[in-house]
Design a protein around this ligand. Sequence first.
Ligand code: TMP
Length: 237
Amino acid sequence: MEKKEQLYEGKAKRVYKTDDPELLIVSYKDDATAFNGLKKGTITGKGVINNRMSNLLMQRLEKSGVPTHFVKELNDRETLVKKVSIVPLEVIIRNISAGSFAKRYGTEEGIVFDEPTIEFSYKNDELGDPLINDYHAIALKLATREEIETIKKYSFAVNSFLQKFWAECGVTLVDFKLEFGKLSDGTIVLADEISPDTCRLWDSKTGEKLDKDRFRRDLGGVEEAYAEVMKRLSEHM
Ligand code: TMP
């Protein structure tokens, strides 16, 4: 499948057209940003790891009944995916308090919840991805009630799968962000990526952060953390 003109460039990926109007190629970069692009940097080798990790996880998720945009890994950094129109909602699932949850509600990090939480952000960089609820999303015509219910169902299914999968790798899944898209026939599928950029992953024994928080918070050992989670995942496949 040949890469045609570039359709879009995001903070971490580029998207290209192909000969097939229903298929796109995503290319993962090593660029990293945080705080809505305010902080910029490079995480060497991140694109290769995120491409591989996201593809392996999405293939497993497909088998467990969650439809995804994944079609075929083309090389180290590039993957063929189904063309979707992205539902402009960032879906965040949390199992343990951390990040903006801890800040917003004034809790410490690391409190294990009795059940996972779900929240939505309106995917809009100019507005800083504001938190919204499902009624707001419907009012803004970002999605229908039915689509939101499907997205919620898939998101909790992804959480159950990933929590168990990462636990078997000695990694605690703290929280993560998902994005969904619509195929031309309206079918909702999981899109974007699942990687240490979009998940908080803590070493189950030591609590060490093995994700993008090392970059966000200047903790050092960023590349090493990405390599470590990739190694654990590979050993488990
Ligand atoms: P938060 O605690 O900053 O709201 O982040 C929750 C989860 O979502 C965390 O695993 C990191 C991920 N995330 C993204 O993937 N993209 C983003 O732009 C933000 C803010 C968070």
